[in-house]
Write a protein that binds this ligand. Structure first.
Ligand code: TNX
Length: 546
């Protein structure tokens, strides 16, 4: 009896130790079995594949050289030590499903689709970058990994209208998105302070509309040329990230209206020149030709038309002659009907360009059909809007302010950023989203495409401030969006996350340490050592509002 007890005690203890060995990956894969073997990666390791895997092989080579200073060559399966990238026959599974085996003399990554192969490479790179390079050699523990994502849409939105950060910062963001298997970059390019995308047919949009930002209305024009847009789109495509442009309408149009006042629908005392004019035929031709150029530049075949907060600044519609005529002609009873009419016409023109229509959740109460249309649920205080969107049959991307607006502070002590009735957005809340209140809704299973974090930038001017809001919440977002509910565990995530802080520092990122919110000297970046903490420049934002 005593022996039996001891036997069970030992058994439980050994299982316990086993459970402690976590695969050092974020997001956590569906299945990971440790093998006990070791693979040595060095300059003799060859990457083996075929013409269909060559681009991904090159990415892998380039990343290993960049971060670990080891140069691998591409080669063949006959070599003694190799990484094999293999596209397997297509079977019905998510495109990003993959298998990664780190064995004694070979590493194998298998997937049915290039997206899956890329996800496998991304996992391998995470394992590599967390190891020290000793005399040009990297030791990797043996693992057998099987993995696929929970959600197909795993995104970050960056607002570059309020403040402009530029293409180097965007590329760095795309690098980290690839690191964390985030695959949708939603680019908010137009809003009140500035228009940031060159449009050949209407050059003043950037030359005039590009002037100014949220803190300085006279800042020199900043925007992306079409060549730069193409460069970013290509860079993202190499990382299997879709870029989705947002051209906000009919509200948030102030910058465009400075350039081409003829299409302005006016505003309200607090939001002057806020809208496009829905009463003029010319407005639809103007916006459609803008969107047609946008369509050419972005192969994702998705255009986000905003459509948010129109009521902030459409008071002038009550007096505008063209809008009044439209109301009479169409027999509209109020301004929301005018708004719905405008959105429907623009949505039709986007669908005619063979694009999907994406918009904020205000469109749920409008007139849009649900086909090729995705709603971005952002008003966390209006759960009924999410419910209604799903009921009507819209596809949905989840991005409620709480907990997915990364312009909100992450700790009660912070002042730079927003709060909502005193609430903030800590890493743990990001990690725990979505809860049952969302996933148990009718239709949630088939209509929710996934989730994204939105980084609005009214309060952020410096790159370091941007980093501070994104890291490490981006890691929590990635695991929440990729890893199934059953596999999620905040304690385990925290342990894995701590090991990424060294990588953040190595990349010069300024990040928040949620485990030691006060100071964490061992991870201080050069900037932090100089005492350049963002809180010094803090501005307290209003508590409620948009
Ligand atoms: C609401 S989300 C907005 C943005 C602001 C953001 C600040 C949405 C559709 N509109 O215009 O930048 O809040 O948190």
């Amino acid at each position: 009896m005593k022996h039996l007890f001891l036997f069970f005690a030992l058994l439980t203890a050994s299982q316990f130790t086993k459970a402690q060995v976590q695969i050092p990956l974020i997001p956590k894969p569906v299945e990971a079995v440790q093998l006990g073997s070791t693979f040595i990666l060095d300059q003799h390791t060859q990457i083996f594949g075929d013409e269909n895997t060559a681009a991904i092989a090159h990415y892998l080579q380039a990343e290993i050289l960049k971060y670990s200073a080891v140069s691998l060559r591409t080669g063949n399966q006959g070599s003694a030590n190799y990484i094999h990238l293999k596209l397997t026959p297509k079977v019905k599974q998510p495109a990003e499903a993959y298998q990664l085996s780190v064995l004694e003399n070979k590493i194998e990554i298998k997937a049915s689709y290039p997206q899956g192969l890329f996800a496998g490479v991304s996992s391998l790179l995470q394992l590599i970058r967390q190891q020290n390079v000793v005399k040009g050699r990297i030791s990797l523990s043996g693992w057998q990994i099987k993995d696929h994502p929970r959600y197909a849409w795993r995104g970050i939105m960056l607002d570059e209208s309020r403040h402009f950060f530029g293409k180097e910062k965007v590329k760095q963001l795309l690098d980290w998105m690839a690191f964390y298997k985030l695959n949708k970059f939603h680019w908010h390019l137009t809003d009140q302070p500035g228009w940031r995308i060159e449009i050949k047919a209407y050059p003043k949009l950037t030359l005039v509309g590009g002037i100014g930002n949220h803190t300085d209305s006279l800042a020199k024009a900043q925007y992306y040329t079409q060549e730069e847009i193409k460069e970013i789109v290509r860079y993202a495509a190499e990382r299997y990230i879709d870029v989705i442009p947002e051209i906000d309408m009919p509200g948030h149009a102030t910058a465009a209206n400075r350039a081409y006042p003829a299409f302005s629908g006016g505003g309200s005392p607090k939001y002057p020149e806020f809208t496009f004019n829905p009463g003029k035929e010319e407005t639809y031709a103007y916006l459609s030709s803008i969107l047609q150029e946008v369509d050419v530049l972005f192969p994702s075949q998705m255009i986000h038309i905003g459509a948010d907060e129109v009521h902030f600044g459409n008071a002038h519609w009550n007096k505008d002659e063209a809008v009044q005529q439209l109301i009479k002609k169409q027999n509209f009873k109020d301004l929301p009907e005018v708004e719905a009419y405008f959105v429907k016409r623009m949505a039709d023109s986007i669908k005619n360009m063979n694009n999907e229509v994406l918009a904020w959740d205000e469109i749920v109460s409008g007139k849009l059909s649900t086909d090729k249309t995705t709603v971005f649920w952002w008003r966390h205080d209006k759960p009924e809007v999410l419910k209604q969107a799903l009921q009507k049959g819209f596809k949905v991307v989840l991005c409620p302010r709480l907990p997915l607006y990364f312009d909100f502070v992450q700790d009660s002590s912070q002042v730079l950023g927003r709060k909502w009735s005193g609430s903030f957005v800590p890493v743990q809340n990001v990690y725990n989203f979505p809860g049952a209140a969302v996933t148990d809704l009718p239709n949630a299973g088939n209509l929710i495409r996934g989730m994204q974090a939105n980084l609005w930038t009214e309060a952020f001017v410096e790159n370091q401030q941007l980093d501070y809001m994104l890291f490490p919440r981006m890691a929590a977002l990635a695991e929440a969006a990729w890893t199934n509910q059953a596999g999620k565990n905040y304690e385990g995530f925290s342990d894995r996350l701590k090991k990424h802080f060294r990588l953040y520092s190595l990349d010069g990122l300024y990040f928040f340490n949620p485990f030691r919110p006060k100071t964490s000297p061992e991870w201080l970046t050069p900037l932090q050592r100089k005492g350049l903490v963002p809180n010094n420049e803090a501005q307290t934002k209003q508590e409620k509002g948009g």
